[in-house]
Design a binder for this molecule. Structure first.
Ligand code: NAD
Ligand code: MN
Length: 472
């Protein structure tokens, strides 16, 4: 059985409860995981609280070395972690390997920030000296989703540790394995026991207890907008800090002058990466009318040529979804799109009864008001919408509760910048499908979230400013 990790020890849940984990590629039960409860969260938070002072006193050089050690351990355990993540999430092994590298890069980046980011001296008018200190928040509660379990955990844990905070993490119930392994490697890297604790369990129990715990100073949550709103409401009672990374329905805008040879494959991968289970998925493709038919035909060809296969097969381009439950949720949207009158141009069928597989789908001639164009499907489904003018494209893109990511394809640099400024989003990229860079801030506007992860911006969300004045 996979146990909790509290205070440096692997232990069963206080209740003795456990839950089964199934392999999404086969549907078979793979192992049991200890199901944490309120008592386990209480223990973990109290230990993390006791470790605040000792962890804060670790000097900047030693803390840098620990995070660098951890980065190195991630690299030396790359294959083990990639196999674990691939099996647990059902994602292609090639993607899983890249993700372990990204997690290692993340610890390296924040290790380097530790001795370069501090407070300021302020030229106050009064006789004396004004200073700011950057101080840790204390115990940070973290709640992670199942789509990129290791990467998203690294995005939270690395800047939090760098700033001297301690951690209690609740991984998604479906995908607790890589976070537990990460916390073990952190111990091996020299991070003291109790600084980074991991308590798997049900969101409504363990997540809820973490948010309510009075000793927790901050909640960093990545997940759905619906649960994110609950997190924010609960955190309000004692004014806990919150970072929320939530859903998206990002737009990919292709103008008629775009380089289609690049835009077509990127349009596909910017929705199908991680089998569409990506908050940044550009699940709305807006194509300017003069190239609409050609673009669609080429895209359908590429979707049909995809290699669908087992997660750990080296040739696999698209594997399965995280669970049959998620697959069925996506299938519901395929029916909804058809009922709404969108044209299912390819895919949307179940290729095999075993495992959570789904043939990637394209809906063509989608109207912006349709549910498949407005709601986050979180699966391999693309809604293609034609447009005539730039203003129309911007209006369609902005007609969303969400605002997380997006792309613009054009050779006209002025238009690219004009449209980038006009789109309501946290991140946007021009002539690529890729917008997340660990050195740059990442996060959403509107219902896509609050606060920023990554880059130096994340450090502001894991530290508190203290102002000190010394009279002359
Ligand atoms: P989810 O909201 O269902 O769950 C996220 C986490 O919250 C899980 O650990 C879950 O156990 C926990 N949780 C559930 N109910 C809870 C409660 N009542 N109190 C506290 N915690 C609770 O999301 P998911 O299905 O795991 O992930 C998919 C969603 O996450 C999508 O909407 C996706 O867009 C979003 N996401 C966003 C980003 C981003 O960076 N913006 C990244 C990845 C995923
Ligand atoms: Mn969910």
């Amino acid at each position: 059985m996979e146990l909790l990790l509290i205070g440096g020890d692997r232990r069963p849940a206080t209740s003795g409860d456990a839950y089964p984990l199934s392999d999404p590629a086969t549907g078979e039960t793979w192992m049991e995981v200890a199901a944490g409860g309120v008592a386990d969260i209480d223990q973990a938070v109290k230990l993390a609280d006791q470790m605040r002072s000792p962890w804060r006193k670790v000097n900047s050089r030693d803390r840098t070395r620990m995070l660098l050690n951890l980065s190195g351990l991630l690299r030396s355990h790359l294959e083990e972690l990639a196999q674990l993540e691939s099996r647990n999430v059902g994602k292609p092994i090639r993607e899983a390997r890249e993700e372990v590298e990204l997690a290692a890069d993340c610890f390296e980046y924040y290790a380097g920030a530790i001795n370069k980011v501090g407070g300021q001296t302020i030229p106050v008018a009064a006789a004396g000296t004004g200073l700011t200190f950057r101080e840790p928040l204390g115990v940070c509660g973290m709640i992670a989703p199942w789509n990129f379990p290791l990467v998203i955990t690294a995005w939270k844990v690395a800047p939090a540790l760098a700033m001297g905070n301690t951690i209690v993490l609740k991984p998604a119930s479906l995908t607790p394995l890589s976070a537990l392994r990460l916390a073990e490697l952190a111990l091996e890297a020299g991070v003291p026991p109790g600084v980074f604790n991991v308590v798997p369990g049900a969101g409504s129990v363990v997540g809820d207890a973490l948010i309510r715990h009075p000793l927790v100073r901050k909640i960093s949550f990545t997940g759905s907008t619906e649960i994110g709103a609950q997190v924010m409401r609960l955190a309000a009672d004692d004014i806990k800090r919150v970072t929320l990374e939530l859903g998206g329905k990002s737009a990919n805008l292709v103008f008629a002058d775009a380089d289609l040879d690049k835009a077509v494959p990127k349009a596909m991968w910017s929705v199908l990466g991680n089998t569409g289970q990506d908050c940044c998925a550009r699940s709305r493709l807006l194509v300017q009318r003069p190239v609409y038919d050609e673009f669609l035909q080429r895209l359908i060809g590429q979707f049909q040529a995809l290699k669908l296969g087992q997660p750990r097969d080296e040739q696999t381009e698209i594997a399965c979804l995280v669970s049959t439950g998620q697959r069925d949720r996506v299938l519901d949207y395929i029916s909804i799109g058809q009922q709404e009158g969108a044209r299912l141009a390819c895919g949307g069928t179940i290729p095999t009864e075993t495992g959570a597989y789904l043939q990637p789908a394209i809906f063509a001639d989608v109207q912006p008001e349709m549910r498949i164009a407005r709601e986050e499907i979180f699966g391999p489904v693309l809604a293609v919408i034609p447009f005539d003018t730039e203003a129309e494209a911007v209006a369609i893109a902005n007609n969303s509760f969400y605002g997380l990511s997006g792309s613009i394809w054009t050779k006209d640099i002025s238009r690219a910048l004009r449209v980038a400024k006009a789109i309501e989003t946290g991140v946007i990229s021009i002539n690529t499908g890729h917008s997340v860079h660990l050195e740059a801030p990442f996060g959403g506007v509107k219902r896509s979230g609050l606060g920023r992860e990554l880059g130096l911006a994340a450090l502001d969300h894991y530290s508190e400013m203290k102002t000190v004045f010394i009279a002359e």
